[in-house]
Write a protein that binds this ligand. Structure first.
Ligand SMILES: *Cc1c(COP(=O)(O)O)cnc(C)c1O
Length: 361
């Protein structure tokens, strides 16, 4: 078998080797049942147990008290951009969006099809080099909700402070930083994440929300779009992506085995700090795309002196076994996505490659 590459893909992204091997070993036959998990009814005991365990594990890892539910569904984080306002942006009400990058713009774009929105803060004018200062954001008390994207995957920035919204529900897209750092998750009324960055494979999305918020959701929309439908059926109203749910559950077990979020946060900080130290110590050869206090530990973005050199960097990196380093097509440059499952050794190898590349060019 060919050796595994250093995987810096932005999403779908690296999964731990031990999880992949476990999934391989159960692909044909799962748990002594004589068939694979892909061939099983979603109403069977093993699948019901997977959904229940995944919900409990996620609540435990996030240190959420009772009163929160975890729903699993398909459609990706992008479907949540629409499903959120369908459920929670009532006619006549206005929802507040904090804009910090292109995914946050996509979120508000969908909400505009459904109801009234307001931009509570935006750093678009400075090309997303920073995230908005949440201390300066005023939220009217009758706002339907406040939406924030805590980590900006494409730009490589993150919020270090979370806005205080009082009684207005706070809702976060945490697709690219869920379980990667200690945050007081109880500040949020709802959090959603496509699994394919930190918590599993593509095809499944986790929606974590308070029962209080659940009770406020619209009853005027089709059943399949209601959060309440997923909640009252333990995410098995219709057929969920069963195999993705299985890999997600394995990934959550792995996260727990690593020592939970606190331990992963330390590791993630060291991984990112190593890459930022090469960038900042390069005498301007590498230039970080985000102002230092706003940098993400999940997505490290930088530029080289010319686009030609950036292409050369990607090419030479690929020859040496690094994948996924080209920046998003909308912003260019380079990006290393260093989610929970990316080992420190991959970052050490990349840091050494960056030094050597700089020496050669
Ligand atoms: C990747 C990503 C999305 C889009 O997720 P899909 O599952 O592809 O819909 C949305 N928001 C953030 C922050 C992301 O990183």
């Amino acid at each position: 078998m060919q050796a595994r590459l250093y995987n810096f893909n932005p999403g779908p992204a690296a999964l731990p080797l031990s999880v992949l091997e476990e999934v391989r070993d159960t692909t044909v036959e799962f748990g002594g049942r004589g068939i694979s998990i892909m061939e099983m009814s979603h109403r069977s005991a093993p699948v019901e147990a997977l959904a229940a365990t995944a919900e409990q594990l996620l609540l435990e890892l996030m240190e959420l008290p009772s009163g929160y539910r975890v729903l699993f569904m398909g459609g990706g984080a992008s479907m949540q951009f629409a499903m959120l306002p369908l459920n929670l942006l009532a006619e006549g009400a206005t929802a507040d969006y904090i804009l910090s990058g292109s995914f946050s713009e996509k979120a508000v774009q969908e909400a505009r099809f459904i109801g009234q929105t307001r931009i509570a803060g935006s750093t678009k004018a400075i090309h997303w080099r920073q995230v908005p200062d949440v201390g300066n954001i005023a939220i009217p008390s009758d706002s339907a909700y406040v939406h924030i994207t805590t980590n900006n995957t494409i730009e490589g920035s993150r919020f270090n402070a979370i806005p205080q919204t009082g009684s207005v529900p706070l809702i976060a897209d945490m697709t690219s930083d869920l379980l990667s750092r200690r945050i007081d998750y109880r500040q949020f009324d709802m959090i959603y994440a496509g699994a394919q960055k930190n918590i599993g494979p593509a095809g499944i999305t986790a929606v974590i929300l308070s029962e209080e918020l659940l009770a406020r959701c619209s009853k005027q929309i089709p059943l399949i779009w209601r959060y309440a439908t997923y909640a009252s059926n333990d995410s098995l109203y219709n057929t969920p992506p069963v195999h993705s749910l299985y890999v997600l559950e394995r990934m959550l077990q792995w996260t727990k085995q690593q020592g939970g979020i606190g331990h992963l946060e330390e590791r993630n900080r060291a991984k990112a700090a190593l890459l930022y130290s090469v960038i900042d110590g390069s005498g301007g050869f590498y230039k970080g795309m985000i102002d230092p206090e706003h940098r993400s530990d999940m997505n490290v973005t930088w530029r080289l002196p010319s686009e030609e050199l950036e292409r050369q960097f990607v090419l030479e990196a690929e020859q040496r076994g690094f994948v996924g380093l080209a920046g998003h097509r909308s912003v260019g440059g380079l990006r290393a996505s260093v989610y929970n499952a990316v080992p420190a050794a991959a970052c050490e190898a990349l840091a050494a490659f960056m030094q050597a590349f700089m020496g050669r060019h």
